[in-house]
Design a protein. Structure first.
Length: 203
């Protein structure tokens, strides 16, 4: 069963907001847990002539709920691995205007103006943590793939024809890939030298 865990929960007496928040558990998948739900300030919703929006962060994804003018709501979501960048900007009159929150994802942008400042910064921290987590996962995966490529080089007979053959061409490509990983910070200099030595030893 999904468990509600709201560390930056915005309370509201509005029954429709309460009803929307009560719907969130039914949107979660097996093993998914809500971390926080942040409700847009009423003033900013009225100013933009729309219903208040709710941003939800779970352990698996970011969800944006938009309430319809005549009831119901629409939902958008993006998995954390799709997150490219998150930004938060506090307005001059933060008490009434709150913060602008923007999340760039490979599934499109998520933008909400008028989130309460404390909750918006809490949401931003969650996004940053998830972004760093997935960046590290991708770095490890790239390093493992590079190691797998380094271990897959086959030795060629001593009497092979002189010149740049298929094996030498493949070696050059793999060395270039290792250089790119090192320059991109995916592997350290020590790891680069060790993997290069393994490649050369296989020739």
């Amino acid at each position: 069963m999904n468990q509600l865990v709201s560390t930056q929960h915005t309370t509201s007496q509005h029954p429709r907001i309460a009803a929307a928040l009560a719907r969130i558990p039914s949107l979660l998948t097996s093993g998914e847990v809500m971390i926080c739900a942040v409700v847009q300030l009423a003033f900013m919703a009225y100013f933009s002539l729309s219903r208040r929006q709710i941003v939800v962060a779970t352990n698996q994804r970011l969800i944006l709920l938009k309430r319809g003018l005549f009831g119901g709501f629409t939902m958008r979501d993006a998995q954390w691995q799709d997150l490219l960048d998150a930004q938060v900007k506090e307005k001059a009159f933060a008490e009434s205007q709150g913060c602008e929150f923007l999340a760039h994802t490979s599934r499109g942008d998520f933008f909400v103006a008028g989130l309460p400042s404390a909750q918006a910064f809490g949401l931003y921290r969650i996004c940053q943590e998830r972004e760093q987590e997935w960046r590290e996962k991708r770095r490890v995966r790239e390093m493992e793939e590079a190691r797998a490529r380094a271990g897959g080089v086959t030795a060629h007979p001593v009497g092979a024809t002189a010149g740049v053959g298929p094996g030498a061409a493949a070696l050059m490509v793999q060395l270039q890939q290792l250089q790119q990983l090192r320059h991109g910070g995916s592997i350290s200099d020590v790891e680069f030298e060790a993997m290069k030595a393994k490649l050369l030893a296989g020739m």
